[in-house]
Write a protein that binds this ligand. Structure first.
Ligand code: GDD
Ligand code: MN
Length: 363
């Protein structure tokens, strides 16, 4: 085999081998005990923060969703922080609050839009809850005890932050979304069992309020505010976990699905670039190292392999290329390839526009 064909084959093997090896490790971690004792009777005071920008179509249903929770209402505070929406989101939230005096709902109206993290910090500054929960306006908590479940994990003093597992409300183009989520949830659970997952979900994330304040609140220069805060908390020695049996349903945009995926990839890249590996507690180190590598470096091996193989154009190289192309007929492979493409486009886009204040996609 000529050296360039060998190089192309090696790059391809590394590109597919590394994530498969990590997935195999994750499957082993999944068998580990949690070493955490959730307590469903644990009901500290909770602040739920909902950042909104043009969510008139969702905000009432979101408030109803929280209202349906079986969490003691006298221990619950809800803060809607609206960033100058132009569709009447704040008025709708205010009217809902007036109609439901039995739950403490505050509506904060920012004079201008400064992004989601700034809005969350405004809520954090006034929050009275011992636990600070964030949720998006356009997602649903299908479980009536979602809040109780999330908070129950914080009964264990080793846990600093908790997030949900995610299910898409609708399947994205070519069924990519659900397939991607299944494997993703396995990784989140496995990492959580080992120590902590560096990927959190803004649809439902619960933090010890004092820890959030200690790390300085939500970062204004990293789009994945949910993941970055949780990771910083994990780096101070606490577990940051995706809770088994805690589900959230997220809306998938009808239009602009690819743009949506790319923007979220941009935010994750910003997070992984900045997450400091050297501060990770030992069990967190392989997790953070692997996720950094998988998000930042590994995607690029795929085009590099393709270029090397195409450049030599030897029969074995072309056979490999053809096999790679043919495999696109398989859904898991297509899902994988799409995610790699999103990450690469996102890395390039980050050089010009970090999308810290982003366009709202219709859902
Ligand atoms: N107050 C305020 N100000 N809220 C905002 C702003 C803003 O400038 N921008 C977005 N939001 C709110 C939205 O109204 C929504 O409630 C939530 O933040 C998430 O925004 P979406 O536009 O729905 O984004 P998504 O569906 O892609 O959200 C996912 O990715 C984000 C990072 O890319 C979730 O995981 C988010 O939690 C995450 O921040
Ligand atoms: Mn959303």
């Amino acid at each position: 085999m000529d050296p360039l064909t060998a190089l192309g084959a090696a790059l391809a093997a590394a590109h597919f081998g590394a994530p498969l090896a990590y997935y195999a490790a994750a499957k082993r971690w999944l068998k580990m005990p949690w070493r955490i004792r959730p307590d469903p009777a644990h009901t500290p005071t909770v602040t739920v923060a909902i950042p909104t920008y043009n969510e008139a179509g969702h905000i009432e249903e979101k408030l109803e969703d929280i209202y349906r929770q079986d969490y003691p209402r006298d221990r619950l505070e809800v803060i809607v922080v609206d960033s100058a929406s132009r569709d009447g989101t704040a008025e709708k939230a205010r009217r809902w609050a007036e109609a439901h005096p039995d739950v403490d709902v505050k509506v904060v109206e920012e004079p201008e839009r400064r992004g989601k993290a700034a809005a969350l910090n405004a809520a954090l500054a006034m929050a009275r809850g011992e636990v600070f929960v964030i949720t998006d306006a356009d997602c649903r908590w299908p479980q009536r005890d979602a809040l109780r479940r999330a908070v129950s994990w914080l009964a264990d003093p080793a846990v600093g932050a908790v997030t949900c597992l995610k299910r898409p409300a609708a399947d994205g183009p070519a069924g990519v979304e659900a397939g991607y989520r299944d494997r993703y949830n396995v990784l989140r659970l496995a990492e959580s069992k080992k120590w902590a997952t560096p990927v959190f979900h803004g649809e439902l994330a619960a933090y010890r309020t004092e820890l959030l304040r200690k790390i300085g609140g939500f970062p204004l220069d990293i789009g994945a505010d949910d993941s970055h805060t949780a990771t910083l908390i994990a780096l101070t020695g606490y577990r940051a976990v995706a809770a088994e049996g805690l589900w959230c349903v997220e809306a998938v945009p009808h239009n602009g699905y690819h743009r949506w995926r790319i923007r979220r990839a941009q935010h994750l890249i910003q997070h992984f670039l900045r997450a400091p590996l050297r501060r990770a507690p030992p069990p967190m180190r392989p997790i953070l190292l692997a996720e950094k590598y998988l998000h930042l470096a590994n995607p690029w091996l795929l085009p590099a392999a393709a270029v090397a193989l195409a450049a030599t154009a030897t029969p074995p190289a072309l056979a490999l290329l053809a096999a790679g192309a043919a495999a696109l007929a398989l859904k898991p492979y297509r899902t994988w390839a799409a995610a790699q493409l999103y990450l690469m486009v996102a890395a390039v886009k980050n050089l010009r526009n970090r999308e810290l204040v982003w366009e709202k996609q219709e859902k």
